[in-house]
Design a protein around this ligand. Structure first.
Ligand SMILES: Nc1ncnc2c1ncn2[C@@H]1O[C@H](COP(=O)(O)OP(=O)(O)OP(=O)(O)O)[C@@H](O)[C@H]1O
Length: 335
């Protein structure tokens, strides 16, 4: 096999191994544990987009927050080029791993110009020297996200939502990162400009060889934009594969439900259908977490299903994919 530095065959730059985040909630004298993320093995590869898809409460944002080190994992490991992220200096880590947030209105400070927002990380990460150098690099960043250089002098409120999100992407690019974590980067934008932002991110993937994590509740946009798709339900990955495999031949009943709820999974329509029907918050924490909503649930689903290979690049964690003769005895009875 030819080894490449970017694209689907390249070595992952960021990896997670058995990553988990559990929150303990206390109230009325009781303690409750929310298993926001469990057993997550993820590999982000340069020059590719990995989509994490799921409805509200499935743990997608918690994954992104752990990866950018805003939230400390309860267990498991994150490695950047094989180095343990938890032991790395945060500034050195963030130079390589940057995040774009959902809300471009909240993520830029209203009292500072766009130029200021871009100059700060350029200087902090040592990518520019004060004076003409930083001004030139601010212009370059604006150009890369297709904003006119005059935007440097504007305040955030003078920009549209799409322009703000472009400015936020430019800010994330200032450190010249290798990994970009994009948490629902288009869900708050007008439908007409969403595609433009995804296309911009796609260009950056190709020109800069960025490894992009694209967090979304919208499986249609993942099909359009991502190379690989990972589907999460109630904190667990239920299916993963190439974006086309997962959308066009979904193997897990939960993915099938997500797709049937999308108006047209082949079109980037982006209607917020999946949030309304979320059952993730009340899902069981043992066995298959989807079993209470699954039309095919069996007794065996009380046990954790194995990850079954559908194709060499596509897996689904579902007992239906295990031959009946291979299931534990209870797998042959209806629940
Ligand atoms: N700081 C926190 N304290 C307690 N529970 C939390 C915290 N952050 C997230 N959770 C819980 O963890 C679970 C996963 O949340 P998360 O925000 O990662 O999901 P999500 O898929 O990104 O959903 P959304 O699209 O609504 O943001 C949810 O049950 C949520 O209530």
């Amino acid at each position: 096999m030819t080894s490449t530095t970017s694209g689907p065959g390249a070595e992952p730059v960021l990896r997670t191994t058995s990553l988990a985040k559990h929150y303990t909630l206390r109230g009325r004298g009781r303690r409750r544990t929310v298993r926001a993320v469990d057993d997550l093995d993820l590999a982000l590869v340069p020059g590719t987009v990995t989509a994490v898809v799921g409805e509200s409460g499935s743990g997608k944002s918690t994954v992104a927050k752990m990866l950018v080190r805003l939230v400390r994992p309860s267990s498991g490991r994150i490695t950047l080029d094989g180095r343990d992220a938890g032991r790395m200096n945060l500034r050195a880590y963030r130079k390589d791993v940057q995040m774009v947030f959902q809300d471009p209105f909240a993520s830029l400070n209203s009292v500072h110009t766009i130029g200021y927002h871009l100059a700060r990380p350029l200087l902090n990460f040592g990518r520019a020297r004060r004076g003409a150098d930083v001004a030139g690099k601010v212009r370059d960043l604006l150009q890369r996200v297709k904003l006119d250089p005059q935007f440097a002098d504007k305040l955030p409120h003078e920009l549209s939502g799409g322009q703000r999100q472009r400015a936020a992407i430019a800010r994330a690019l200032a450190s010249e990162p290798r990994v970009l974590l994009a948490d629902e980067p288009i869900s708050m934008l007008d439908v007409s400009i969403r595609l433009g932002i995804l296309n911009l991110l796609g260009e950056l993937r190709d020109t800069d060889g960025l490894a992009i994590l694209y967090v979304t509740h919208d499986i249609a946009s993942a099909r359009y934009f991502a190379d690989r798709t990972v589907v999460m339900y109630a904190g667990k990955v239920v299916e993963s594969g190439t974006a086309l495999e997962v959308t066009d031949q979904p193997a897990h009943p939960y993915t099938q439900l997500l797709i049937s709820a999308a108006p047209d999974p082949q079109r980037i329509e982006i209607v917020d259908v999946s949030r309304a029907s979320s059952g993730a918050a009340s899902a069981p924490t043992d066995g298959c977490r989807f079993r209470d909503r699954c039309p095919f649930a069996m007794d065996v689903c009380r046990q954790q299903p194995p990850d079954v290979a559908v194709t060499p690049s596509h897996t689904a964690a579902c007992w239906l994919r295990v031959d009946e003769s291979q299931r534990p005895a209870s797998g042959r009875e209806a629940a």
